[in-house]
Design a binder for this molecule. Structure first.
Ligand code: KIV
Length: 299
């Protein structure tokens, strides 16, 4: 037998990747799914190292990274670029790219074209779109085109104006039932998972029991199949009040401000850079340099 390594028949980009069907198995086993947003390669690398299962390149980037008031203005190009960065940092986690507002509302064809762009150009493993209603048809078309798609119901930030602002959904029996129906319709359309945002835990539990695909909650209590948080919220990069569902796991904003303050102080005092941060020349080269340079430039 030859010792020559066998040629790799399949591209290695799938090597080590969490297989998408495994998410349904995790739900069956009662194993929680961990998802976090990320918008660049170093963050994705850290999320991967921490054992996160899914990374969402969320259009929340419009607010937490780019300083906008809402997610509405985020463009498809922005999500494509950020997905490229994130996929360079993430090996095991599945990368889900958010379809921004305006990239799937017009028609099923528009949704498929743009979902394919996120996969082909961005390198996404899957896409996510918001709402029930016409989004059910879009999800069906995207899934039928071979792109794994995740639904998102409850508080849907892209259409927050219609919902009366950024507030919890499903607090009446009628609206709660509507959310269950929307989630079921998204599953039936082919979604591999559904995000539930800002809904009472009883409603999230009902949806989770009704679906055979996993639910991923954000502000939906502890009975969903997984949880997602926004990077900047959970790591303490925001000022002011975060939504009540955010748990801050670190205060990196304060850590960074303190480090930058020390840097500024040391630059101003001359304490930075020190000898170890500077390059040296061999003595003979320095002597030759000193011999040739004009006297006016000598110190
Ligand atoms: O854009 C985003 O980060 C999201 C999460 C809040 C689920 O959609």
């Amino acid at each position: 037998m030859s010792d020559k390594p066998k040629p790799q028949r399949y591209a290695s980009w799938t090597a080590g990747k969490l297989p998408l069907p495994e998410l349904r198995e995790m739900k069956k086993r009662g194993e929680k799914i961990v998802m976090v947003t990320a918008y660049d390669a170093p963050s994705a690398r850290l999320a991967d190292a921490a054992g996160v299962d899914l990374i969402l390149v969320g259009d929340s980037s419009g607010m937490v990274v780019h300083g906008r008031e809402s997610t509405v203005a985020v463009s498809l190009d922005e999500i494509v670029f950020m997905t490229q960065w994130v996929t360079r940092g993430a090996r095991r986690p599945l990368v889900v790219a958010d379809m921004p507002f305006g990239s799937y509302e017009v028609s099923d064809e528009q949704a498929v074209t743009n979902a394919v762009r996120l996969v082909k150009e961005g390198g996404a493993d899957a896409v996510k779109l918001e709402r029930g209603g016409t989004s059910v048809s879009r999800a069906r078309a995207v899934a039928a085109a071979g792109v794994p798609v995740m639904g998102h119901v409850g508080l849907t930030p892209q259409t927050a104006t219609v919902l009366g602002g950024f507030k919890a959904q499903g607090r009446t029996a009628e609206r709660a039932q509507q959310l269950v129906d929307e989630a079921l319709a998204l599953e039936e359309a082919g979604c591999f998972a559904v995000v539930l945002e800002a809904v009472p835990s009883e409603v999230a539990r009902a949806v989770t029991q009704a679906l055979s695909v996993p639910t991923i909650g954000i502000g939906a209590g502890g009975d969903t199949d997984g949880q997602v948080l926004v990077w900047h919220d959970m790591l303490g990069f925001y000022e002011g009040n975060a939504p009540r569902f955010v748990k801050r796991y670190a205060d990196l904003g304060a850590v960074i401000t303190e480090a930058l303050g020390r840097y500024a102080e040391e630059v101003r005092s001359g304490a930075f850079p020190e000898q170890q941060h500077t390059y040296a020349m061999p003595d003979e080269e320095l002597a030759a340099f000193d011999a040739v340079r004009p006297p006016t430039r000598r110190r």
